[in-house]
Design a protein around this ligand. Structure first.
Ligand code: HEM
Length: 220
């Protein structure tokens, strides 16, 4: 009981902490789709497909960021399994267009940070969609340990976009702007291209090899 209360409180805290980023992504996405985002550097004049790709990816990305922590709730999984499956379908259904929107922007315009950032973000997007599809596939097949592991990878990849901002906020607060440039090609920026998702995936893989069965739950 105490364990459930603590984990529920931690998940609520996580959702609360992601709210500013979710708000930023939502309002920029809405501005972009309604043609009022000309002041954003992300906006590209006379490029409707590029703009639709990136601004829609923000809207879809905001939805999956706010919903993802709910899937970790043991209480919801046990007591509201239909709700867990419903949210799961939304997450998988939106993860793929989020990825495609990001990849479309990379292909049509390229990221601000250049080739290294293009490659890292493209890899991030592909991993996100692979994890989404695998999590759904193993759930449907009834392989719950494998579902559980892919779902955790999927979770950390989804919140990776938020972690990216958290890393910057911590770095700017503690160290200042050393290693960061306005074109995102400083030393810190280059580490960041990979550091918002790869280390977290590696930590997960290390945990998986030292543990049999589902990672966080007895009944996944
Ligand atoms: C998971 C949820 C995601 C959310 C909420 C999200 C949100 C955002 C936001 C708000 C921006 C604009 C940043 C700014 O104003 O400077 C952005 C940029 C970008 N995102 Fe995402 N994103 C997500 C996932 C992804 C994925 C999976 C990909 C990879 C395919 C991706 C690729 C990009 C790219 C390429 C940019 C532009 C980078 C630049 O040149 O500044 N995003 N994202």
């Amino acid at each position: 009981m105490a364990r459930t209360a603590i984990s529920t409180a931690l998940l609520a805290l996580l959702i609360f902490c992601t709210l500013p980023f979710v708000y930023q992504a939502t309002q920029l996405g809405i501005r972009g789709m309604s043609g009022t985002a000309e002041t954003s550097r992300i906006f590209t004049p006379n490029a409707p497909i590029t703009n639709a790709s990136i601004f829609l990816h923000m809207l879809f990305g905001a939805i999956i960021t706010i919903l993802a922590p709910l899937q970790l709730s043991e209480w919801l999984r046990q007591n509201r399994p239909k709700f867990h499956r419903f949210i799961g379908r939304i997450l998988v259904g939106l993860a793929v267009p989020t990825t495609l929107g990001g990849l479309g922007y990379i292909a049509l315009k390229g990221t601000i940070g250049g080739v290294q950032m293009d490659v890292a973000f493209a890899l991030y997007g592909v991993l996100l969609s692979v994890a989404a599809i695998q999590a759904a596939r193993f759930a449907r097949a009834g392989h719950f340990t494998r579902h559980n592991r892919w779902a955790l990878r999927f979770f950390f990849l989804i919140i990776g976009s938020w972690i990216y901002r958290v890393h910057y906020a911590l770095w700017f607060t503690i160290v200042g702007e050393a290693g960061h440039t306005s074109t995102f090609d400083g030393a810190f920026d280059q580490v960041q291209n990979w550091a918002f998702f790869l280390p977290y995936l590696l930590i997960l893989e290390a945990r998986f090899t030292h543990r049999d069965g589902p990672f966080w739950a007895r009944h996944a």
